[in-house]
Ligand binder design. Structure first.
Ligand code: PLP
Length: 459
């Protein structure tokens, strides 16, 4: 048999022309979003003031299994996709493992991550609807960059609220977002009611994704012709990100491979949801049974230590409530945690699948994550993003287990992005100054105690 190449790129013709909607194959649906005023299930029209209409439709549509990717979006994708499926030969050798390790590398675009896959879709639909501006939040900066890139392409003015501690740690993210003509504001800020309230309660806060979402939503609903765009968590974002998994599955079929274990880092769940989508379909339909592992930071452990409960998607409590694994929308992770994956909740789709036993989750400490990142960089010559390195850590751990047992499992993980803007964090690690923060049960109780009370549903 021919040797498996280091990198497999599909041809443009082999790229997917439809996204896959995992909900269509789920035996049980995630619980409906609730309107925080009435506690009634949110209707598609309720979302129109916040999201553009096509996206609101995608958010609510649990039936359409395959959604056509508009040709303009397919053309944009071709500027940076297909992304390669890479066999980590050197990493395997360095670990001395009989396991076969593959990774899907999504960092080959200016945002440095998978985020552009959804950003271009959301900007396209906003343009189609004739919207005149957009707002968003960004944690580590990849999403803000991706959306700035997409909005600049479609000529839509964009305001990005960036989590303050990341804004300060990564000054060049600001420059790149401004290169694409977007406005960037550190959050919490004095520009919105939500920001002012959070600052009054917690003046020294480094911010959180939840705070930044509140600010961006407020700006959208108070500005004519403006809508809000979110880069993770939502069903529509997982739909767009299914392009990652669809390409991966085709590439693995070409190689005659199928993963025994699929691993992805989990912030709000978009890359993981995208990568696993067609494999989870096989699992749901009883065609295959790969292990699927979500990897989260020990400092923000929504799946492993959170509660499966209705909660707000933001700190300011302006969004609809979703049932998901959450640490409570008031939970603000320690500022010493590098980069993304700082979100208090988790995609409702992934939360439901995890709750129903279709996937596993592990939490890893950041010094161990950076140890894995450095080993990976040296072996594979890609400097990984801290977020992606959570998946690398667990892939290495699983490969080392194979070394002990002698099993030659096929391990697939998502390398979601590059870490060139994360050198402060790499420096902290290399200088031995990085510490691990694990919240105590009491810390978590504070977040849980503020979960919303919903008569008859969550008392
Ligand atoms: C490189 C990278 N990977 C992963 C994530 C996590 O997001 P998600 O869970 O939505 O994929 C982020 C979020 O900022 C990111 O920038």
């Amino acid at each position: 048999m021919a040797k498996i190449p280091h990198r497999l790129y599909l041809t443009e013709e082999q790229m997917p022309s439809k996204w896959y909607n995992l909900r269509a194959d789920m035996k049980e649906q995630p619980d409906p979003m609730l309107n925080p005023g009435t506690f009634k299930p949110t209707a598609e029209e309720d979302l129109y003031p916040v999201f553009c209409k096509k996206l609101a439709h995608q958010e609510m549509d649990a039936e359409t299994k395959y959604v056509d990717i508009p040709e303009e979006i397919q053309d944009f994708y071709k500027m940076y996709r297909p992304s390669p499926l890479i066999r980590a030969y050197n990493l395997e050798k360095a670990l001395g493992t009989p396991a076969k390790i593959y990774y899907k590398f999504e960092g080959n675009n200016t945002s440095g991550s998978h985020k552009l896959n959804s950003a271009v879709a959301q900007a396209y639909y906003a343009k189609e609807q004739g919207l005149t501006s957009l707002t968003t939040e960004t944690g580590a900066g990849q999403w803000g960059t991706a959306l700035a890139e997409a909005c600049s392409y479609y000529n839509i003015p964009l305001t990005v609220y960036m989590v303050k501690c990341s804004y300060e740690q990564k000054p060049f993210r600001k420059s790149i977002i401004q290169t694409f003509d977007a406005t960037i504001i550190p959050s919490p800020s004095e520009t919105t009611n939500a920001g002012r309230k959070i600052l009054a309660e917690n003046p020294g806060t480094g911010g959180s994704l939840g705070c930044a979402i509140s600010e961006a939503v407020e700006k959208a609903v108070t500005t004519e012709g403006c809508r809000y765009v979110l880069g993770s968590v939502l069903n529509q974002v997982l739909l767009h990100q299914s392009v990652i998994g669809l390409e991966t599955k085709t590439a693995m079929e070409i190689l005659g491979e199928y993963p025994d274990i699929i691993i992805g880092c989990a912030g709000g769940g978009s890359n993981l949801g995208g990568l696993i989508a067609p494999f989870m379909q096989d699992k749901l339909l009883g065609k295959a049974d790969p292990r699927i592992i979500a990897v989260e930071p020990a400092s923000c452990p929504s799946l492993t230590r959170g509660k499966y409960a209705y909660d707000f998607c933001d700190t300011g409590k302006v969004t609809p409530m979703a049932r998901m694994y959450t640490l409570g929308s008031s939970f603000i992770p320690s500022a010493n945690h590098a980069g993304g994956l700082r979100y208090h909740g988790m995609s409702p789709i992934l939360s439901k699948l995890y709750h129903d036993g279709y996937m596993e989750a592990v939490a890893v400490e950041q010094t161990k994550v950076f140890e894995a990142a450095c080993l990976f960089a040296k072996q594979e010559t890609i400097l990984p993003a801290p977020e992606s390195s959570h998946a690398i850590r667990t892939a290495i751990d699983e490969a080392l287990k194979c070394k002990e047992t002698g099993e030659s499992k096929t391990i697939l993980f998502g390398l979601t992005g590059t870490g060139y803007f994360d050198m402060m964090a790499y420096n902290a690690y290399l200088e031995g100054k990085m510490t691990d923060y694990i919240p105590t049960d009491e810390d978590l109780e504070m977040g849980f105690s503020q979960l919303p009370k919903i008569p008859g549903i969550q008392e």
